[in-house]
Structure formats: C-alpha cells, structure tokens
Design a protein around this ligand. Sequence first.
Ligand SMILES: [Zn+2]
Length: 296
Amino acid sequence: MEVRTYLKISVGVALATIALKTGAWWVTASVSLLSDAMESLVNLAGAMFALVMVTIAARPPDEDHPYGHHKAEYFSSGFEGVLIFAAAVGIIWAAVSRLLHPQPLEALGLGLLLSVLSSTLNGALAWSMLRKGRAARSMALQADARHLFTDVWTSAGVLVGLGAVHLTGWLWLDPVVAIGVALNIMREGGSLVSGSADALMDRAIEPDARAEIDKVLAGFGHQTIRFDHVVTRRAGQRRFVDLHMHMPSSWTLGRAAAVRGSVEQALMSAVPGLRATIQLLPLDVEAHFNDVEDPI
Ligand SMILES: [Zn+2]
C-alpha cells in the first residue's frame, strides 16, 4: 500500500476512535476518558494535515521549487507536535477544574469496554503504519504512527486509573491520571517538533546509505580517477549527494561524461531515491567550495 493510503485509513480510524472514546466519556463522565478522546481529535487533525503535506511532497519539481517539495513532510510532523501540545494544555485545564469540583463516575464497565475497543483499533493501525513509514522513510507516516502508539499507552494508563477508582472510590484519581496523560502527551508533542526542526536543517543521510555510496565510489576509484568532497543531505524521502570526480586533464569531455554517467547510475541503484550531483575536475585542480563564507 502507498503512504497516502495508510494516511487515508488513519483518518477513518481516527473518526472511529473519536466516536468510541467520546461515547466512553459520555457514559462515565470521567475526565481522564475525556482527555483520551481529545487526543484522538488531534489524531484526526494530524492525519488530515499529513495527508495534505504528503500530497504536496509528491508533487514533481516546478519552477519555484526545482529540487522538489519533499520537505513538506517536516511541516506535517511539526504541526502535529504543536497540536498535541495544545491538546495537553486543554486536558490539564479540564482536570484541574475536576480536582476542585469532584464528580462521581458512572457506567465504568461500558466506558472501559469502548476504550479498549478503540485502543485495539489504534494499536493495530499504528503497528502497520510504523513499519510502512520506516520502509518508505516517510516522516509524516512515522509521526502519525508514533502518535497513535502514544494514544494506546494513554488509554492503557486511563484504564488502570479508572480500575483503581472503581476499587477504591477515590474520585481524585481520575483527574490526576488525566494530568499524567497530558504531561506524557506534551512530551511527545515536544519531541515531534524538535525532530522536524532538526530534520529541516539538511541532516546527512543514514549511515548505512552513506556506506553504500562509499562502496560504490571505492569500486570506481583507481589510480586514474579520485573522488572527494562527498557531502550528503536528506529532504523527506529524497536523498542527495554532492561529490567531486577528479580525472586526468588529458581525458576528453566525452570520456569523462561517460564515466560520470556510470558512477551516477551505480549510485542511484545502490541508494533508491538518491540524486547525485557530480562535479568533474582534473586531478591537480581543486574547487574550494568549502571555503565559502556566509555573507553577513
Ligand atoms: Zn575535490
């Protein structure tokens, strides 16, 4: 299945879990179940936003964005992080007011059953999305899956808390659990935001992909040609490498271009989705692009 298909399914699952969890809150009047339901609302917004962003990321390069739109995915995970954070603040607000004005819980059994149902749904989806997200190197899908997992843990914590309320009759446990849930949601949101901010800053490609590149270059490099100044970066699912290919100055341009072409082909088949930019230089000439300073 495509990344987009997973995201469409996750929109549907988010709608279903919102219905189930809102039902659970409705029958029990538990603020911790409300916090659980609110997190699912964020899921829905996040999944829809991710869908839009992945669609933008898949657009071919155009005049304004000649390198493509792959970084759009980072906005999706960053935005989701901000939403999660906001939901957590809302939950804490509701929980504190419940602490001040305790209220009895009702129909706990039914509420818990609905919550377990929605968690099972979320857990199954999250697991398959995380696998796909890793395979497709999609930040948007991985962020969505990780958030769904938080959701499952949240619900598990809420279940335990409500079970304890049922056994002890301590009503204050319900808002306290809700606050605990909210703090965890906040942490998750914060790491999503910082993760996508970090990714926006042209991170080097994964070490195993870099090793593949070095292996290919070692296969071509012999006494006559030399590779250096190899730099890499990633943008969403796209990988980029820039490098120098130094060769004897007596080579014709045609010969040089033929070798360059086969190096490029080999690199692209070693690392899927790689775009290589290879600068041709004589063996005894160096381009000093590393020395360029930012204009102030
Ligand atoms: Zn060089």
